[in-house]
Design a protein around this ligand. Structure first.
Ligand SMILES: *[C@@H]1O[C@H](CO)[C@@H](O)[C@H](O)[C@H]1NC(C)=O
Ligand SMILES: *[C@@H]1O[C@H](CO)[C@@H](O)[C@H](O)[C@H]1NC(C)=O
Length: 432
């Protein structure tokens, strides 16, 4: 009995030494390869051993398949280090679950390592430890932000917008705004002097340009994922002003796309631009209407700028004429509309209101914070609902809008016009 045991021990020793020697001499390649599955299997559903045509018994260093940038093994020997087996070795060769596959749960369903789902703007992946690992982006729509605004007394209501849902806050700031901060040119403009006595001048609590100038104030266009509020707000204000000044003889809705694609000097198209540049172009070159040169939202990368499809030439006395047809097959009215020079108002709210009541909508540049994307109704003011969150939840960008009037707090009066489209139809805050 003793002799038997000794013999077995000796045999084990021999086998052990043999293995060590084999590893040193012939398995160097396998040893050098870094453990493939430390972070879990990276291609858990790929077929490797299966594609190879089967598995190899015992040890066979040639029994390999390319795996990502290295190789993996389909011989039974790989099972002792487990680190260099192909992802489908266990399932295909052994008929068992791989030791690295974790299972995660969600809504009562089981998911395996590598499977994903999207939670709002964040991708969650089932990790090898069986836990969901989710990205930590701030999203444009955050449920707790909506609740925070609606529970607090902020003077405005928040809501979910499905077209923003699933986008990150960074994407919102990058693709849904699009006006550069006021340039030196704008800041150096003199403010208009208004002959107005702020004490005696009566400004009504409610004023809506749409009602004073029926048929001359245009519906806002949706800029989609094109950060060109610089073009949209300028075209919108210019359209309304041309309609009002011509007393309805002309009511063009000017084409933002004409500006986006053709006003390209120092402008970024759908990646943002300057309103002073837009006004310069409207005055000196002019643009056609939206029907003639319709907006085409960028398909691939939001910052791509489509080729300019409209040019104009001077026909004397500052007037211009199109030299190209409308870039579509159904509209032939390629009249060029030009604007008068822009002027700057003071930041006195009463003066802004008087200007709107006398001459029509105005353009404003505004700082947009994270909570603006959930604005529904009421008088918007930046809130503190995200103040306790990490800094990447509290961000801002610059936007430009058309202002068409003013309202009191009654939601009845502002309800239907508060569309989430940018540029927003923004109504002025009451003076404090
Ligand atoms: C492969 O390894 C696993 C875990 O180490 C073990 O349970 C299983 O018996 C091994 N299978 C073979 C065929 O060696
Ligand atoms: C917002 O709307 C989207 C789609 O319309 C929906 O999937 C999501 O659950 C909503 N989120 C909240 C916080 O209401």
């Amino acid at each position: 009995m003793k002799a038997m045991l000794l013999a077995v021990a000796a045999l084990l020793l021999v086998v052990g030494e043999g293995t060590a020697e084999r590893i040193l001499s012939r398995r160097t390649r396998r040893e050098l390869a870094s453990p493939l599955h430390l972070e879990g299997i990276r291609d858990p559903y790929g077929s490797y051993c299966q594609r190879r045509g089967g598995c190899c018994p015992g040890r066979d260093d040639m029994c390999t398949v390319p795996y990502l940038d290295t190789i993996c093994y389909c011989d039974l020997f790989c099972n002792r280090t487990v680190a260099d087996c192909c992802p489908d070795f266990w399932g295909h060769c052994l008929g068992v679950q791989p030791p690295f596959i974790g299972t995660c749960e969600r809504n009562g369903n089981k998911f395996l390592t590598g499977q994903t789902y999207k939670e709002n703007c964040n991708l969650c992946t089932c990790g090898s430890t069986g836990r969901w690992e989710c990205e930590q982006n701030a999203c444009m729509i955050e449920a707790d932000m909506i609740q925070g605004v609606n529970r607090g007394r902020y003077g405005w209501r928040a809501a979910n917008y499905s077209q923003f849902y699933g986008m990150t806050l960074d994407e919102g700031l990058r693709y849904r705004l699009g006006t550069q901060r006021p340039s030196r040119t704008i800041l150096n403009m003199n403010e208009m002097q208004m002959n107005m006595d702020p004490q005696s001048e009566q400004i009504p609590l409610y004023f809506n340009s749409v009602e004073k100038w029926p048929g001359k104030i245009h519906e806002p266009l949706d800029q989609g994922n094109c950060a060109a509020s610089w073009a949209f707000s300028t075209a919108a204000v210019a359209s309304d002003r041309i309609s009002i000044q011509s007393m309805g003889h002309m009511t063009p809705q000017l084409s933002p796309q004409n500006l986006i694609s053709c006003d390209t000097r120092n402008q970024g198209g759908c990646a943002g631009g300057r309103i002073d540049g837009a006004w310069w172009y409207l005055r000196r070159r002019g643009v056609v209407t939206e029907e003639c040169y319709p907006f085409s939202p960028p398909q691939q990368t939001p910052v791509e700028v489509a080729r300019c499809m409209m040019q104009s030439r001077s026909v004397g006395r500052g007037k211009r004429q199109a030299t190209q047809r409308c870039p579509n097959t159904y509209n032939y009215h390629n009249d060029i509309y030009q604007s008068t020079p822009p002027y700057r108002l003071s930041s006195n709210e009463k003066e802004i209101m008087k200007e709107i009541m006398d001459n029509g909508p105005v353009q404003a540049i505004m700082e947009v914070h994270e909570d603006f994307f959930i604005y529904k109704s009421g008088i918007y003011k930046h809130t503190d609902v995200s103040f306790t969150k990490p800094p990447h939840y509290r961000k801002h960008g610059t936007h430009s809008v058309r202002i068409i009037g003013r309202h009191t707090l009654s939601p009845l009066l502002c309800g239907p016009r508060q569309t989430p489209h940018f540029p927003l139809v923004l109504l002025l805050r009451q003076p404090q």
